[in-house]
Design a binder for this molecule. Structure first.
Ligand SMILES: *Cc1c(COP(=O)(O)O)cnc(C)c1O
Length: 369
C-alpha cells in the first residue's frame, strides 16, 4: 500500500488528557480539567432538554442542510442563510477549506505558533507551509503579506490566537485584508469571539460583502459549551460558500448537535453570565501572575498562556498529580509556558494554589526561557 508520503510519521493530534484516565491512573476522586478551553459552566440547561426530545428520532438522517439552525445562526451573526457553511466542529470547516483549496502545487501562510489544525490539514493535502513567527505574541501581518506569492491559496489569521490569546486589531486586519491579493482566501478563525472585550477587535462579518475572499470561522465548542457535540461554521460570501459546499460531507452535523446549537443560541443569558464570570476569572489569574512575578500574554479569550520559566512538561506533570489538568506549552511551541483555561472561581482558586505549590517545589529541571 502506498499512503501519501506526507502522512508517514505525522503525529496524531494530542488532545487534553481525559479526566477519567487521570482519575484512574492517579487514584484521585476529583480532577479539574482546564486544558481545552471548554466552558467550565457547561451549557445552557435548554440544550439537554432539546437533545432529550430529539432522542426519539435516531432512525432518521439529520437535516443535511441544517435549515433551522442555519436560519438561527444567520440571524445571530447578521448574514443570509446562504452565507453559511456548517462543520462537525469548526475543525471540519478548516478541513473542508484545505481540501477545496490546497494541493502539492500550492502554499499556505500562517502564524507560528498558532492553532495546530491549519498546519495538519495543509500537510495532508501536500501543500507547502509558510509559517511566520508571531511578533511579541501577535500575528506579524506584514511578514505574512511578504511571503504570499502566486501559489498562495489560504492565509490563516487566528483571532484571538490560540495558544497566546492575543488579538489582531480592526485597523491592522482591515489594512491587511486590503493588501492580500483577491484570489487568496483569508480565514479569520474566531473561536473565542464571544469572550473578546477589546473595543478595537475587528467586526469581520460585514466585511464578507466587500472581501469575497474572506471566511470567518465560529464555533459552538467554546462559550456555548457544546464541544462534545461538534458544531462550528464558516461565514462567507454566497458564491464562495457555493463553491466549497460540495466538499462538505452530506450529514456532517447530527440531529443532536443541530437542536442543541439552536437551544444554545436562544439562551443569551447563559452566554452573558459565562462571559462575565470569565472576565472575573481572567482578572483573578492575571493579578495572581503579577503578584507571582510571572509573565503572561494579555488574553482576549478564556485561557491564559503563562511563562513558568521552567519545563512546561514538568509543571504539567506536577499539576496532574494534584488533580489539575492544564496544557503544557511544549506541543504548542512554548516549552517554558503553560496554558490554563479560566475555570469557575472555585476551580481557579484550587488551580492557582496548586500551581503556587508546584512552582515553590524544587523542580529537577534546567531552566528554560
Ligand atoms: C477550539 C478551537 C477551534 C475548534 O473548535 P471546534 O469547533 O471544536 O472544532 C478552532 N479554532 C481555534 C482557534 C480553537 O481554539
Amino acid at each position: 500500500m502506498k499512503i501519501k508520503p506526507q502522512i508517514i510519521g505525522l503525529p496524531p493530534y494530542k488532545p487534553g488528557k481525559p479526566m477519567e484516565d487521570v482519575k484512574r491512573e492517579l487514584g484521585l476522586e476529583t480532577v479539574v480539567k482546564l486544558a481545552s478551553n471548554e466552558n467550565p459552566f457547561g451549557a445552557s440547561p435548554k440544550v439537554a432538554e432539546a437533545i432529550q426530545e430529539a432522542l426519539h428520532h435516531t432512525a432518521i438522517y439529520p437535516d443535511g442542510y441544517a435549515r433551522t439552525l442555519r436560519d438561527k445562526v444567520a440571524h445571530y451573526v447578521g448574514v443570509a442563510p446562504e452565507e453559511l457553511i456548517f462543520g462537525n466542529g469548526s475543525d471540519e470547516v478548516i478541513q473542508i477549506l484545505c481540501r477545496a483549496f490546497l494541493n502539492e502545487q500550492t502554499n499556505t501562510v500562517m502564524a507560528e505558533p498558532t492553532f495546530s489544525q491549519y498546519k495538519l490539514n495543509a500537510v495532508i493535502e501536500g501543500a507547502e507551509l509558510r509559517e511566520v513567527p508571531l511578533k511579541d505574541g501577535v500575528h506579524d501581518l506584514d511578514g505574512m503579506l511578504e511571503v504570499i506569492d502566486e501559489n498562495t491559496r489560504i492565509v490563516w489569521v487566528c483571532n484571538p490566537n490560540n495558544p497566546t490569546g492575543t488579538y489582531v486589531s480592526a485597523e491592522a486586519f482591515q489594512s491587511f485584508l486590503a493588501k492580500v491579493p483577491e484570489d487568496v482566501l483569508v480565514v479569520s478563525d474566531e473561536a473565542y469571539v464571544e469572550y473578546v472585550t477589546a473595543d478595537d477587535y475587528p467586526d469581520t462579518v460585514p466585511m464578507i460583502r466587500t472581501y469575497k475572499n474572506l471566511v470567518v470561522l465560529r464555533t459552538f465548542s467554546k462559550v456555548f459549551g457544546l464541544a462534545a457535540l461538534r458544531i462550528g461554521y464558516g461565514v462567507a460570501n454566497q458564491a464562495l460558500i457555493e463553491k466549497i459546499e460540495p466538499v462538505r460531507p452530506p450529514f456532517n452535523n447530527s440531529t443532536f448537535s443541530q437542536v442543541a446549537a439552536v437551544a444554545a443560541l436562544e439562551d443569551e443569558a447563559f452566554v452573558q453570565s459565562s462571559v462575565e464570570k470569565n472576565n472575573e476569572g481572567m482578572v483573578q489569574l492575571t493579578e495572581w501572575c503579577s503578584r507571582m512575578g510571572l509573565d503572561y500574554f494579555p488574553s482576549q479569550t478564556n485561557f491564559l498562556l503563562i511563562h513558568v520559566n521552567r519545563s512546561s512538561d514538568d509543571v504539567f506533570n506536577a499539576m496532574l498529580k494534584k488533580g489539575y489538568i492544564i496544557r503544557s506549552g511544549r506541543a504548542l511551541g512554548y516549552p517554558a509556558w503553560i496554558r490554563i483555561t479560566i475555570g469557575s472561581k472555585e476551580q481557579n482558586d484550587g488551580c492557582l494554589a496548586a500551581l503556587a505549590d508546584v512552582l515553590a517545589e524544587e523542580l529537577t529541571t534546567q531552566h528554560l526561557s
